[in-house]
Design a protein around this ligand. Structure first.
Ligand code: GDP
Length: 465
């Protein structure tokens, strides 16, 4: 199995430099590496594991070959296909300003259907640019003048102040002036020359979503384009549905809903969210494909976010380590160790070598033990390690307690190994270590631990000829 550098980077959602970085200190000739250079499987594996990801060939190649199967809104309609549409009106106001009362009285009043003609009122959603309804004008202390004055502070300029916002004084409770409000709405809609395309694939938006005991997942949706009918296959967010029923605001069954209608849609597999765009697709098969793609995309996104988080954590570890090291630079390793050990018995980092820039092989170590004494004992044995030997040992961190996720992160940062004495590691920590390719050795007999460590140190040495 082989792959180009560019394809690998793309499959991992990384850039070219990331791959190059992961191949530093390997025998790959980085000088001549180009985006279309072909990598052998062993190097691909190295890059993937080095990046903290699990190596799965199928996943990689799938990503490489997986085409984008999403669906999007259609391009703007040809003006010759547009027909006038009713306005969609939204009533906005603070709690208790009387929104519900106004909606109720508009519903009950005959004004809307007889006098004002075209207004279609629905469920809870009507469309804007804005009209101000100054409510509760029946109250003796009502002061609409002051309300309009105060609106100026919010850049809402009513007509009498030279602006273009109509303000209608109403009483939702008594039904006063609702006709004027309806007329203002219709006039505004006419001025705006609202149009929509009644044909072609449906586009809309979810305004409300709930699970109904009898109907299952139900949404209130506004149709923005096309004509929604029973049997239409729709996609919204990461779910899809085949329209089984359409209801109007009174629960009456509709056979179809044209642009600007607000309708209840029944037939979703799962509940979409308010704000999700609804798009009609040609078949159930296509809907499944889109949902599968979106779910997959989201998964990839999450993986990538997790990865950046890990990288950030590692960077912080490294910075902390450098800072600690700089602060204690004037001390010998033994002094540093004891200073750190006294300062914080469970968390500290030391480095036995005074030579920071070393050419030869080195083995970064993370040592965990059950109690102070055992950690000390291991460190003391490590102290006796002959520095003249060819493989350097770097104790980058030691502490008490089970091997944790942060130990694994630390080991990954330094490309080191973890040795635990009389401590455990949860299965998730073990899995993480395996996933990142971090050697994790747990022992309960000190000399076995030391033997293992010696083996590992020798394995780092260049082969003897
Ligand atoms: P919402 O929270 O905006 O939906 O407000 P409601 O419609 O529930 O109304 C809140 C309170 O104000 C209720 O007690 C209504 O009876 C009252 N209310 C609403 N409109 C008027 C009105 O025009 N005049 C008076 N006097 N009271 C009103």
């Amino acid at each position: 199995q082989r792959m180009t550098v560019a394809a690998l980077a793309k499959a991992m959602n990384k850039d070219f430099d990331h791959v190059v970085e992961a191949l530093l200190n390997t025998s790959v000739d980085l000088e001549s590496l180009e985006p279309d250079s072909v990598l052998e499987e062993k190097w691909i594996k190295k890059v993937v594991t080095q990046s903290g990801m699990k190596f799965r060939w199928a996943k990689l190649s799938e990503r490489k070959e997986r085409p984008n199967r999403d669906v999007h809104r259609r391009p703007p309609a040809d003006p010759s296909n547009l027909l006038p549409r009713p306005p969609v009106v939204t009533i906005m106001g603070h709690v208790d300003h009387g929104k519900t009362t106004l909606l109720d009285s508009l519903r009950k009043s005959q004004i809307v259907s007889t006098e004002a003609g075209g207004i279609t009122q629905h469920i809870g959603a009507f469309l804007v640019p804005m009209i101000v309804a100054v409510n509760k004008c029946d109250k003796p202390q009502a002061d609409p003048q002051r309300v309009k004055q105060e609106l100026l502070a919010h850049d809402v300029v009513c007509e009498e102040f030279g602006g273009d916002v109509q303000a209608i004084h109403i009483s939702a409770l008594k039904g006063d002036n609702l006709l004027a409000l309806a007329e203002a709405t219709v006039t505004l809609a006419e001025v705006l020359e609202l149009t929509a395309e009644p044909n072609g694939l449906v586009e809309g938006v979810v305004i409300e979503s709930r699970t109904d005991k009898g109907k299952g997942p139900v949404t209130t949706a506004i149709v923005q384009r096309g004509t929604l009918k029973r049997g239409c296959v729709l996609v919204a967010g990461k779910t899809w549905g085949k329209v089984r029923f359409l209801f109007d605001e009174n629960g009456k069954v509709l056979t179809e809903a044209s642009p600007s209608s607000a309708v209840e849609v029944v037939g979703w597999k799962e509940l979409p969210s308010a704000g999700d765009v609804i798009l009609e697709v040609e078949s159930e098969q296509r809907a499944r494909e889109v949902v599968e793609w979106r779910t997959y995309e989201e998964e990839q996104q999450k993986l990538q976010e997790e990865q950046s988080l890990i990288e950030l954590k590692q960077k912080l570890h490294l910075e902390e380590y450098k800072r600690e090291r700089a602060e204690l630079a004037h001390l010998s390793w033994r002094q540093r160790k004891s200073a750190l050990y006294q300062a914080n018995k469970t968390k500290f980092s030391v480095r036995p070598s005074e030579r920071t820039e070393r050419e030869g092989p080195s083995l970064p170590l993370i040592i965990k033990g059950d109690v102070d004494g055992s950690v000390e004992a291991i460190l003391n044995i490590l102290d006796t390690y002959d520095a003249q030997r060819q493989c350097e040992m770097d104790v980058v961190h030691f502490g008490i307690g089970d091997v944790s996720e942060s130990d694994v992160n630390m080991a990954e940062t330094f490309r080191g190994s973890i040795y635990g004495f009389n401590v455990g590691a949860s299965s998730s920590v073990r899995q993480l270590a395996t996933k990142r390719g971090i050697p994790l050795h747990l022992h309960s007999i000190i000399y076995k631990l030391i033997d293992k460590l010696k083996d590992e140190l020798s394995s780092k040495l260049p082969a003897q000829v």
